[in-house]
Design a protein. Structure first.
Length: 223
């Protein structure tokens, strides 16, 4: 999801790489779950998020939809899934009664990132610290790659760059397509990247399978 903002207004003015130290450590949240509440439709899930949740929970994509854990919304012209806030609590559906994340080990990338954000550049992205999002005032310094807790981080960052670039290509192509072809593209992306289960047993396998699907769809639609 694109945000048209002035980086100076929301960050400390610096861009970081994964090996840098940043004041993001909220000391295991100390029972706070503010960032898991009132998020609306903003926690957009990428294909790897869905793969992780399906693999660890044993629930398929359709089952997650029917259980009200996720929902579909239009994002920059594409139909993408996001975490669906519980209507009674206005909270993440995976937030337990103690205010803790019940899927913390395989939580989505946006959740791992918080309170950091990504600033996309031509050949990748850098991280930035959102200074107004987390209410903790005495956060400690932590290395970004430790904060994210993602094995094979370089492969993951390359995957995120590819996915972001592909969605940008789709958005750019949309105005030149007929309404019917726009519908075909959006539904194909949803079905191929989300609804069709990944057979990968580990992250390396996911990256390989994702790469195959990405190449397939680019050839199909001429990207």
């Amino acid at each position: 999801m694109k945000r048209n903002i002035d980086l100076k207004e929301i960050s400390d003015g610096r861009l970081y790489s994964s090996g840098d130290m940043v004041k993001a450590d909220c000391h295991d949240c100390e029972g706070c779950s503010d960032c898991c509440r009132g998020m609306g439709t903003s926690i957009i899930l990428d294909p790897m998020d869905i793969w992780r949740i399906q693999k660890e929970s044993g629930s398929g994509f359709q089952a997650l939809l029917e259980a009200g854990k996720i929902e579909l919304n239009l994002v920059d012209g594409m139909i993408l899934p996001n975490l669906k806030m519980d209507s009674e609590r206005d909270a993440c559906p995976f937030l337990d009664g103690n205010g803790r994340c019940s899927i913390h080990r395989f939580r989505p990338g946006i959740c791992r990132l918080f309170p950091l954000g990504r600033y996309y550049e031509e050949n990748g992205f850098k991280y930035f610290l959102q200074v107004h999002e987390c209410r903790k005032k005495d956060r400690g310094k932590v290395k970004i790659k430790k904060w994210l807790g993602i094995p094979s981080l370089k492969a993951y960052e390359n995957y995120i760059t590819q996915w972001h670039g592909f969605l940008n290509q789709c958005e750019t192509a949309m105005p030149s397509l007929s309404e019917e072809n726009q519908r075909i593209l959006t539904l194909y992306v949803l079905r191929r990247f989300y609804e069709t289960a990944y057979m990968a047993a580990d992250e390396n396998g996911f990256h390989e399978e994702f790469g195959t699907r990405l190449q397939e769809i680019k050839e199909k639609f001429g990207f």
